[in-house]
Write a protein that binds this ligand. Structure first.
Ligand code: GAP
Length: 502
């Protein structure tokens, strides 16, 4: 993760928000290359799920919507995380991400150490020894096996256990409070009134904008069951512990589809089909299939509205974590909005001549998490020969050409030969009309290649003396294999089209 964060800052992908003021936890800014990568991911998703399908329509709803929407959806009353405060260190934890392990000394449980999800075993043992020493039992044998295996989620800890628990950043036991519900929606006030009637929320998901507009889209007459509505856009959650770079932030972007189906449709088969489509899409933008696994939520842990949820998990630098949630939400949301708004959410199904409130399958993907997965998959260090034939280490981002921020770089072999420069500039201007390409005339050609490798530009195009003196062909270099071949301009454009737009 450190390597990725370092490269992102150095090469202008991602910066901490408000960095000149020390940063702002849970918020990030995307630099020149980051914004390209981010836009390319969103455009690839939109192209594949909206433009290249006949059954999905697009939408862009407002971020702040009528507060009644969030009452109907259940967010006002139920969208919260269990918060735990440490009275000593003033740190805050999410109870479901905090665990305790028993400190067993000479066979007797003498206390507990708390640690956050993902903490390493050696650190837990160190904390346990600290607790042992503070109990004046320095000579007692510590059961390290129990520390490694007997973990209880803090949500399930009893009052007695809590009183004996050493918090992660505390020096004495008993500093952690019992979990309490912490509301995740950001509140704001709309209009000049300062009272409670002005309270509104920044949306915590884009999905409700889709449900709120479902009737409008049905009434346009463009859709028939089954059909989907897709939306990309910002979402905001006042996460208790934003962490792991852009993985878990307070302002992020989602790409969501609500796919409406008949109530008696074979939702299990459709759900399976969506899981496969989503997996294939991730592979199409460069994630390896081996890095993607499925986490099927057990029935007892399903959200109250969900019939089934499967998360596509990805092997991030900080472990295997959720990337894409694919939920069968039944007719819960539409029925809630029907009840709260008094407007019918029924659709007339021409095929079966029936009226009903449809059910929905919801594939919900985070843009920022996808970007982190893409960065993780692309990051690579290897060895390649330099201009002098010596083997050299390089950092290379192996982005798929479909989403790479810069698609190709054009180089005149020498910058002081106007005949090379003018041909290179002409080709650059031509390619620039279609794709984000880069022009670089300065430095040894090997160094120019290396600079592009580090930002993941898939193709290098060099204009040399053969171009101007012989057949007009240019050298096309492949970022990953470093192989070079000569192509005509027409072949070059046909090749780029297939790789980038295909
Ligand atoms: N409408 C359903 C919904 O919002 P979710 O599982 O809460 O479901 C869907 O979120 C996706 O949004 C997640 O799989 C993840 O990719 C992304 N996401 C959620 N919370 C996030 C956060 N705090 N930071 C970055 N991405 C987040």
């Amino acid at each position: 993760m450190e390597d990725i964060v370092g490269l992102c800052k150095r090469r202008g992908f991602i910066f901490a928000s408000s960095e000149i003021y020390g940063g702002y936890n849970g918020f990030y800014d995307y630099g020149p290359l980051g914004v390209e990568l981010r836009n390319n991911i969103k455009q690839a998703w939109w192209r594949d799920f909206v433009h290249r399908r006949d059954d999905i329509e697009g939408l862009d709803s407002s971020i702040i919507m009528h507060p009644k929407i969030w009452k109907a959806s259940g967010h006002v009353d139920g969208f919260s995380d269990p918060l735990v405060d440490c009275k000593e260190s003033k740190k805050r934890y999410r109870a479901d991400q905090l665990f305790i392990a028993p400190v067993i000394l000479d066979g007797e449980t003498c206390g507990y150490v708390a640690f956050v999800e993902g903490a390493d075993a050696a650190a837990i043992v160190k904390r346990a020894k600290k607790l042992r020493d503070s109990l004046d039992k320095k000579q007692a044998t510590l059961d390290e096996d129990a520390l490694a295996t007997q973990h209880t989620e803090f949500t399930d800890a009893t009052d007695a256990q809590r009183a004996q628990t050493l918090a992660p950043a505390a020096t004495a036991v008993g500093s952690l409070t019992a979990p309490r519900e912490f509301k995740l929606m950001f509140e704001t006030k709309v209009g000049p009134l300062a009272d409670d009637s002005a309270v509104a929320y920044l949306r915590p998901e884009t999905a409700q904008g889709i449900f709120a507009n479902y009737k409008n889209i049905v009434d346009t007459g463009r859709v028939k069951i089954p059909f989907g509505i897709a939306q990309t856009g910002k979402a905001f959650r006042n996460e208790i512990t934003p962490r792991n770079f852009i993985f878990h932030s307070r302002e992020f972007e989602q790409m969501e589809i609500e796919y409406f189906i008949a109530p008696d449709a074979d939702w299990k088969a459709l759900h399976r089909d969506w899981i496969d489509q989503c997996t294939n899409w991730l592979v199409s933008i460069g994630l390896s299939p081996e890095g993607i696994t499925e986490d099927i939520h057990p029935t007892e842990k399903l959200a109250f509205y969900s019939q089934a949820t499967t998360d596509l998990m990805y092997q991030f630098p900080h472990g295997e974590q959720e990337l894409w949630g694919i939920a069968c939400r039944s007719d819960y949301d539409l029925k809630q909005h029907q009840e709260h708004s008094g407007k019918s959410m029924e659709i007339f199904d021409e095929a079966t001549k029936r009226k009903y409130v449809p059910h929905v399958i919801e594939p919900s993907l985070g843009v920022d998490r996808t970007l982190l997965a893409v960065l993780t998959a692309a990051y690579c260090e290897d060895e390649v020969p330099n201009d002098k034939g010596q083997v050299e280490k390089r950092t290379v981002m192996k982005f798929s050409p479909k989403i790479a921020p810069v698609k190709a770089a054009v180089f005149p072999l020498l910058k002081n030969k106007p005949e090379l420069v003018s041909v290179a500039e002409k080709l650059y201007k031509k390619l620039q009309r279609r794709w984000n390409v880069f022009y670089d005339a300065s430095g040894a050609i090997g160094r120019r290649y290396r600079r592009q490798d580090e930002i993941g530009t898939p193709y290098g195009i060099t204009i040399d003396f053969d171009t101007i003196e012989k057949d007009g062909t240019v050298t096309l270099r492949d970022r990953d294999t470093c192989e070079q071949r000569r192509v005509t301009e027409a072949e070059l454009i046909e090749f780029l089209e297939a790789q980038i737009d295909g």
